[in-house]
Ligand binder design. Structure first.
Ligand code: MG
Length: 380
């Protein structure tokens, strides 16, 4: 039982990780967040044995923290990565956005186990992270529910026997809508996710299927798959978290209530399993539906495949353009369909950028943000 370094601890994954840690009596040696908030202070009081890493914050905010927590706390943009690079810790990376990438890289270099909830790491820099893990002997276990499901289905199987990895998508609140109908949907409607409660960007990303497109890229990088081996199926109940089809025709699936504490516990305990993280899932009376995604209405999916096919910095550009476009959509500056239009145009404007180093990934991310912001400003 290696002690946990929980980074992005004030976010949804961070808080649920602490619940699981409490439940399993798992030690927490470090916590970290981007800002010194009241919430972070409370967590620091609840876990007095943990050191505290704080990336940002004003002088006053930092001074307040230093007053209360003394030498338990370290400040600076490198502090989260430093916490992830300590020897013999299990790193839970729940940092939001590309800021999570240096944390993943630091943990990978140090040879630690990483429970990875930061999607952007694997999307923008999958090959780089895999190379670091191969060098250090570290391991990475996905916390994203779909990828945790695939990870569990693949356990004990040989890679060459896998014919398809099938990611499930709830379809979001606009399942069945045509592209015309999508033109007029509002941010309020987009923020109503039927099954999962999540942050704003990922909720909009679920409505556009951008989230699923990112997960396709994530799956390709995590499990060393070819593009044509990854499929998406719409499954509105969110009970089947994903599936794997094998060459003999067998399909394995992982099922359960939509609750992130399970993939978190799997990433902590694998190959062991914790005792009853969730109540037993009652199968009687449950009906499951599956349908093909509407790729005409939801263009994000094909754009994601295109980004994966291009490789290099294309996935990072896809991700950055989406983040800017979602922000603009929430602010009423572009329509719902405008989100994928911005992504598509940004990708066209920035072809062939490399992503072999952290600096190159960050540069592509910046370029894509500028390009997307310019496109949105020009369209207004
Ligand atoms: Mg997911």
């Amino acid at each position: 039982m290696k002690p946990l370094a929980v980074l992005g601890v004030t976010g949804s994954i961070g808080r649920q990780t602490l619940e699981v840690a409490r439940e399993l009596a798992w030690p927490v040696t470090a916590i970290g967040a981007r800002r010194p908030s009241a919430e972070l202070a409370q967590i620091a009081r609840d876990w007095p044995e943990a050191t505290i890493a704080v990336a940002g914050g004003s002088q006053e905010e930092r001074a307040e923290f230093a007053d209360e927590f003394g030498n338990r706390v370290s400040f600076g943009s490198e502090s989260l990565a430093e916490a992830a690079a300590q020897p013999d810790v299990l790193v839970v990376n729940g940092v939001v956005g590309l800021a999570g990438l240096p944390v993943t890289l630091a943990a990978a270099r140090a040879g630690n186990r990483i429970a990875l909830a930061n999607k952007e790491s694997m999307v923008a820099a999958g090959p780089m992270i895999k190379a670091e893990l191969a060098r250090s002997g570290g391991e990475l276990i996905p916390v994203d529910s779909e990828h945790s499901a695939i990870f569990q289905c693949l356990a004990g199987e040989r890679p060459e026997t896998v014919s398809k990895v099938i990611l499930t998508a709830s379809g979001g609140p606009f399942r069945g809508f045509s592209r015309d109908q999508l033109e007029s949907v509002t941010p309020e409607q987009a923020l109503r996710h039927p099954n999962w409660s999540m942050g704003k960007r990922i909720t909009v990303d679920s409505a556009t299927l951008v989230n699923k497109a990112l997960e396709v890229i994530e799956a390709i990088n995590l499990f060393d798959l070819d593009l044509e081996h990854v499929e998406v199926v719409v499954h509105p109940e969110s009970v089947v978290h994903s599936l794997v089809r094998f060459r003999d025709g067998s399909i394995k699936a992982q099922l359960g209530a939509p609750d992130m504490r399970l993939p978190i516990a799997v990433a902590l305990t694998y190959p062991d399993r914790a005792t009853q993280i969730l109540e037993p899932f009652e199968l009687a009376g449950v009906t499951l539906h599956f349908e093909a995604p509407d790729r005409e209405a939801f263009k994000a999916l094909d754009l994601g495949y295109e980004a994966a096919r291009q490789g290099g910095a294309a996935p990072a550009i896809f991700n950055a353009a989406d983040e800017v476009a979602v922000e603009a959509f929430l602010g009423g500056r572009v329509g719902f369909n405008g989100i994928t239009e911005v992504i598509s145009s940004t990708m066209e404007k920035l072809p062939g950028l490399p992503a072999d180093t952290l600096e190159e990934v960050l540069a592509a991310d910046r370029a894509a943000r500028e390009e997307a912001a310019g496109l949105i400003a020009g369209a207004c």
